[in-house]
Structure formats: structure tokens, C-alpha cells
Write a protein that binds this ligand. Structure first.
Ligand code: ZN
Length: 295
């Protein structure tokens, strides 16, 4: 296995004079000083520096497929995060220097963007995701920033440009990220680092989160939406009799029938501020209908 110093020597692969400092050395030394371990893909020695991330994705940094140029000739670094460097998979441009900063300032700006991006990419849990997303510098192109996981707009834990605050008890929310291929979602928790699987739609992501925060919620009865007047009191009595004691005080969800397919679950609309979960009427069984008709 090569040492960092041995790998660093590969930077000059494309120069005649290996002792002459080149822009790649400046980038390498600055990354190491920032606590980021660079490497060099043997096939691309002299063309790019790489940063291998724990999830198997890689960031490449180069100036037009060259890192061997004299520092005085440097114009701008370009950093691209490849999800699968060997394939035509998704990638994000996370830094493109303006071209007039000079090697020192351009390298510093590039590393600031990369460090913030890595922190956001490797974060876990709704609060860490949201706050590392908010901390991404403006030098990262908007398309890339939108591709970082963030708390859904106006969803539990969302606080505009202000940081999200952790809760004391497991609290469901969901994360969004916006890719070229569309928006992806996943359930998350405001108290811990738990995250659900990636889902194309919001409702399944929220349901995953409820499995984490309120296990057993799927077995609870689905009720008609509350109405005013006499029925309302009877409905509430039925709800209190069928839902576990103190369920809503813990932010538990309330399941209600809806005649609209794919109606979105609503945060904050259950009696204790939990989710109102919409169950499409077509799933209503005959038994439940009869039970409810007795109300
Ligand atoms: Zn949790």
C-alpha cells in the first residue's frame, strides 16, 4: 500500500521535471492541511485528484483534466462529485472557480465548498441534514445544493434559513432532495440519526418515519374525519376508546378516511400535533363500515 507521500509523487506524472512544484501540489497540500485525505487514480495520474467518500462515491478535482500546470498559470479548479465514477451515473458539479482568483484563493474556495459538501453528504438524521444543507456555501452551484437532503418545506423541523433544533422524543418528518431525475424523499427523525429508505413519494416516507417513532400505528383504527356537532363528541369518544392512552401526547398520528386517492398526510393536524394520516376509502373493509355506522 502506498503512503500519502508516494501517491503525492504521482501528481507530476505528466511533467518532464518532477521536482518542479505544480498546481496539483498546492491543492494536495491544502486538502491534507484541511483534514481531507486526497488520492490519485492511477489511470488519471497528473489529470485529477480524487477524494474517496465512505459510501463509495468520489469527488474529482481538476483544471481541464490537468493538475500539472505551473501555479502561476492556474485559472480555476473544477470539483465534481461522481456517485459512480466508472459509470455514467449521477454527478454534481460542486465547485467551479471564477477564473480570476489565483491559485491560493481559488484552492481555498474550492476546499471550503468541498468540505461543506462532504459534511452534508455524510450527515445522518433530519437535524444534521438540514443544518449541513443550510451551511453549504453559495459557491456551490444551486443545482448541487438542491441535491443535498433537506427537511421538506414547512415540514416538522423546518425553520426557514434558521437551523433546525433537535427534539427530546422521536419525532417524524421527511427529507427531500431534488435531482435531475425528480424529487426523492425519505423518512427521518428530529431526535436521532435514523433515516428511512429513499421513496419517490412523500406519504410512504412519512409512514416509514412513523414506523420508527410510533411503532404499532399501522394497527390502529381509521376513523371518519371529525365533523361538528353531536357526531363530533361521539367520534372523539370512539377515538379515545380505541387509540392507546397518551398516544396523542407523544405526537402520535391519527388515521382518517379520505375519498381522494393519494391525498397527502398532513403534519401537525392530529390532536397532539402529530400527523393526520389519510387512508383512501377504497381500503375500507366492510367490517369497519359496519362498525362506524353504529357510531
Ligand atoms: Zn428517532
Amino acid at each position: 500500500m502506498r503512503t500519502l507521500d508516494e501517491i503525492r509523487k504521482l501528481i507530476t506524472a505528466r511533467t518532464d521535471n518532477p521536482d518542479q512544484p505544480v498546481a496539483g501540489h498546492h491543492l494536495w497540500d491544502s486538502l491534507v492541511a484541511a483534514g481531507i485525505t486526497p488520492t490519485i487514480n492511477l489511470n488519471s495520474a497528473g489529470r485529477a485528484l480524487c477524494i474517496d467518500l465512505p459510501d463509495g462515491t468520489t469527488i474529482w478535482i481538476t483544471e481541464q483534466a490537468d493538475i500539472c500546470h505551473p501555479p502561476s498559470d492556474h485559472e480555476s479548479w473544477c470539483a465534481i462529485h461522481f456517485h459512480d465514477p466508472d459509470d455514467q451515473g449521477p454527478y454534481h458539479l460542486i465547485y467551479q472557480g471564477p477564473g480570476n482568483l489565483g491559485i491560493t484563493a481559488d484552492t481555498a474556495a474550492c476546499i471550503e465548498a468541498i468540505a461543506a459538501w462532504i459534511t452534508a453528504h455524510t450527515a445522518s438524521g433530519a437535524v444534521a441534514r438540514q443544518n449541513t444543507y443550510l451551511a453549504l456555501p453559495e459557491t456551490i452551484p444551486r443545482d448541487a445544493r438542491r441535491a443535498a437532503w433537506m427537511i421538506g418545506y414547512a415540514k416538522p423541523g423546518f425553520n426557514g434559513r434558521h437551523p433546525a433544533a433537535p427534539t427530546n422524543r422521536h419525532t417524524p418528518t421527511h427529507l427531500d432532495r431534488h435531482l435531475d431525475t425528480g424529487t426523492e424523499r425519505r423518512g427521518a427523525c428530529l431526535a436521532c440519526a435514523w433515516e428511512g429508505p429513499v421513496r419517490p413519494h412523500q406519504n410512504p416516507a412519512i409512514e416509514d418515519a412513523l414506523d420508527h417513532t410510533h411503532p404499532g400505528w399501522r394497527d390502529l383504527p381509521t376513523l371518519p374525519r371529525s365533523t361538528s356537532g353531536k357526531n363530533s363528541a361521539r367520534l372523539q369518544a370512539h377515538r379515545d376508546a380505541t387509540y392507546p392512552p397518551h398516544w396523542f401526547e407523544t405526537g402520535g398520528p391519527l388515521k382518517v378516511w379520505t375519498s381522494t386517492a393519494n391525498e397527502r398526510h398532513e403534519a401537525g393536524q392530529a390532536p397532539g400535533g402529530g400527523y393526520l394520516i389519510k387512508v383512501h376509502q377504497s381500503e375500507q373493509t366492510e367490517d369497519t363500515s359496519q362498525q362506524l355506522s353504529l357510531l
